[in-house]
Design a protein around this ligand. Structure first.
Ligand code: ZN
Length: 271
């Protein structure tokens, strides 16, 4: 009889990179179809965002999540927390964990726009002047380290084991890449999924350089939180006219070192 913990770990270890890489390649080919005239510029954009993603995985997931917080060592511990007295069955605990961490990510994302110290890190995601699938992986390592800590802290506070985040993590990269991809999604994607999920059109509103777009649609997986807390903004027929953070659009901000140093170099700018 296989050990269920080991089987779960194997599924995440294989599923996470396979789903991330599979969706990346699928979207890259689909996007390439549309933009064959800009191959060198697009390749540079993709490589820079992927390089930042690699640094982020090492720092946020490896160093902070793995070494500092010890998430790997405590993955299957069952902490005592707010939900412990309810003695929830496993399925209910997974559902509660998935919704609670998605709410935590919504709340942390809103805070990242409200509090300048966090915004300087989160601005690295918004400063992408052109959205494509790799924008969905482009986060400053410190932005993501805070995010990992807030999600882990939410689960521990509720008394839900950390492995539950592994379930959500499987779909996070593919969903995030799909939300940012520069591809013509068929109309049924919005029609059938917008009631439940943060769709590409809904998330692209959030990449507006200006209010009210950038102050709306903070959700990560479920569209519920924006509707519930009054930050939902329905997408228009086209993308917002200005995408990104105009003050950080120049090439010097888009190199790997430019992206990593943005939170410090942009401190004196009005962004
Ligand atoms: Zn944001």
């Amino acid at each position: 009889m296989a050990d269920p913990q080991a089987a779960f770990l194997d599924a995440v270890r294989i599923g996470y990179p396979a789903l991330t890489l599979g969706s990346f390649l699928f979207l890259l080919v689909w996007e390439g179809d549309r933009r064959s005239g800009f191959v060198p510029r697009r390749a540079r954009h993709v490589l820079r965002n992927l390089a930042l993603f690699a640094v982020m995985v090492v720092v946020a997931d490896g160093l902070v999540g793995g070494v500092v917080l010890g998430i790997g060592r405590h993955l299957f511990d069952v902490p005592r927390g707010l939900l412990t007295p309810l003695e929830l069955p496993l399925a209910a605990m997974v559902v509660a964990g998935v919704f609670a961490t998605d709410f935590a990510s919504y709340a942390f994302h809103r805070l990242s726009h409200r509090w300048r110290e966090l915004w300087l890190f989160h601005a690295v995601h918004h400063s992408d002047p052109q959205l494509d699938a790799t924008t969905g992986l482009r986060f400053h390592p410190i932005d993501m380290a805070f995010y990992v800590a807030s999600v882990a802290g939410t689960l521990v506070a509720l008394g839900i084991p950390l492995w539950v985040e592994g379930v959500r993590a499987l779909i996070l990269n593919p969903l995030s890449m799909a939300q940012h991809a520069n591809v013509p999604w068929p109309a049924w994607v919005e029609r059938y999924f917008a009631w439940l999920l943060v769709t590409p059109a809904m998330h692209r509103v959030h990449h507006d350089a200006d209010a009210p777009g950038i102050d709306a649609n903070f959700g990560q997986v479920f569209s519920l939180w924006d509707r519930l807390f009054g930050t939902y903004r329905a997408p228009g027929a086209a993308d917002p006219p200005r995408i990104g953070v105009p003050a950080l659009a120049a090439d010097e901000w888009q190199t790997l070192s430019g992206l990593l140093l943005t939170p410090w170099r942009a401190r004196s700018l009005e962004i």
